[in-house]
Design a protein around this ligand. Structure first.
Ligand SMILES: [Zn+2]
Length: 469
């Protein structure tokens, strides 16, 4: 029996606006606890929210990059629930009139592009951060006590929901990597999973190949890296196939994924539909993005990463092209190739060697890097690695580095020169008899013998000395 996975993602992205979504508190990662608060984000009675225009504009920008329709009128709603990290007793979110709907985002695969539907992208505020102290496992049920840091409360948060269009764990991972790169390039978030500024949950179900409906799905949370997401989804797909194949039935449930054990732990049985008693936020007017602004933002959207993978793949291979784009190094790669470097060598240097040497792509002059790559055969391997590490330094000159790195050590060059002179007695006499043009012949022979690693200037000097002796 052939099984097919059906995967949808729900992604949360912290916007890196200077201030919070509905108040003037500054956002600062790592600031001392509860020092970035005010009556609005602490929900003091009578405090009124004022929406952050930058956050609205950035959400529109992201929506456009995801191919969404931008609503003429969007609403903020109150999503009511009780939790210690939510002092108002509700979260301001968007419900049935979100800012961005009906998008499409192309994920290139080895067998063509796969368009993933974007159901919606809406703007909301994040809750505060709860830290559970003591007790077993640090979970709220077993903790001795909990602390709340309200600095995070009110951070602008975009929630992106996809259609269940993804068909494998690998594809879900690639979607997220390309989405992350899009977000970073739009300049609206650092989207770092380890800092929690990008979070993703997955809804997973399986069905037999050819089946048209959807079976019961489970949600996986708590995956904090792209690889863990792929592994968590993979583990859930296998678990569900096992359940169906052994005659059982998958029960709707939320799981936490623990990467260290590759285990899924059931969190709680999901209620049919949680009742958040949504209603329009009475303290905020509807959001109506001006059409002129939307058009301007639309013109500024960079080329989608999926299209860039397709373009680069032509001269490389799918995996390398994807790696270059998802690491944000494809523009440097293209500039280096445009400056004359070999594609494969350029890809390897830009992807692996610069990263290995800790050199930031934007610190590098593509023209100099191209020269260095072209000259790489003429210098010792270790020296090339040193040169790569130095290539991010201001004023780096490939020419200078290549010349200095060439073998200039006379004790190394002399035996080669002596041997070549001994092997070419006729040319030596001719030179000494006045045919000085033969110097080039000797230099060429030494360079060939040293596989181009000799410093031509030193070779010239030594040859002249020895030939005139
Ligand atoms: Zn505040």
């Amino acid at each position: 029996m052939t099984w097919e996975a059906v995967i949808g993602l729900e992604i949360h992205v912290h916007l890196k606006t200077r201030t919070k979504m509905f108040c003037g508190c500054e956002l600062e990662y790592g600031a001392p606890e509860n020092t970035r608060t005010c009556p609005v984000c602490l929900a003091h009675p009578g405090a009124l929210p004022v929406p952050n225009e930058q956050a609205i504009e950035w959400t529109v920008r992201l929506g456009l990059a995801l191919g969404c329709e931008i609503a003429e009128t969007a609403l903020f709603h109150r999503k009511n629930y009780f939790y210690p990290d939510l002092p108002k007793g509700y979260q301001i979110s968007q419900y049935d009139a979100p800012l961005c709907v009906n998008g499409r985002f192309a994920v290139p695969g080895a067998d063509g592009d796969h368009e993933i539907g974007i159901t919606r992208a809406h703007l909301e505020e994040d809750a505060a951060k709860t830290v559970h102290i003591g007790g077993a496992g640090g979970r709220i049920g077993g903790a001795e006590y909990s602390l709340v840091d309200f600095n995070r409360g009110g951070t602008p948060l975009v929630e992106i929901v996809t259609e269940p269009d993804l068909r494998s764990a690998e594809e879900a991972k690639r979607f997220l990597q390309l989405l992350r790169q899009t977000i970073v390039e739009l300049g609206i978030s650092d989207a770092e999973m380890e800092k929690g500024t990008l979070r993703a949950d997955a809804n997973v179900s399986v069905r037999e190949a050819g089946e048209s409906g959807y079976r019961t799905r489970c949600e996986i949370k708590n995956m904090n890296s792209f690889n863990f997401i792929a592994r968590g989804i993979e583990a859930e797909i296998e678990r569900q196939i096992g359940v169906w194949e052994s005659g059982g039935e998958v029960v709707q449930q939320t799981y936490d994924y623990d990467a260290s054990s590759n285990m899924l732990t059931a969190r709680r049985t999901k209620e049919e539909a949680e009742d958040y008693r949504y209603f329009p936020e009475p303290d905020l007017v509807p959001v109506q993005p001006p059409p002129g602004l939307v058009e301007r933002l639309r013109r500024e959207i960079p080329e989608p990463p999926g299209a860039r993978v397709r373009r680069l793949e032509a001269g490389l291979d799918f995996e390398t092209a994807t790696g270059l784009v998802t690491s944000g190094r494809d523009r440097l790669y293209q500039a280096v190739v445009a400056a004359g470097a070999d594609r494969r060598a350029a890809a390897n240097v830009v992807m692996n060697q610069l990263a290995g040497a800790g050199v930031a792509p934007d610190a590098v002059d593509p023209g100099e890097l191209a020269k260095l790559i072209e000259g790489r055969e003429t210098i010792p391997r270790g020296t090339f690695a040193e040169a790569i590490a130095a290539s991010g330094d201001p004023g780096f000159s490939a020419e200078k580095y290549l010349a200095e790195a060439a073998v200039s050590d006379v004790s190394e060059l002399d035996p080669v020169i002596d041997r070549i002179l001994a092997e070419n007695e006729a040319q030596v006499s001719a030179y000494r008899g006045g045919k000085e043009g033969l110097l080039g012949f000797f230099v060429g022979a030494v360079m060939r013998e040293t596989k181009g690693k000799a410093n031509p200037k030193v070779v010239n000097e030594r040859l002249r000395e020895k030939l005139s002796a």
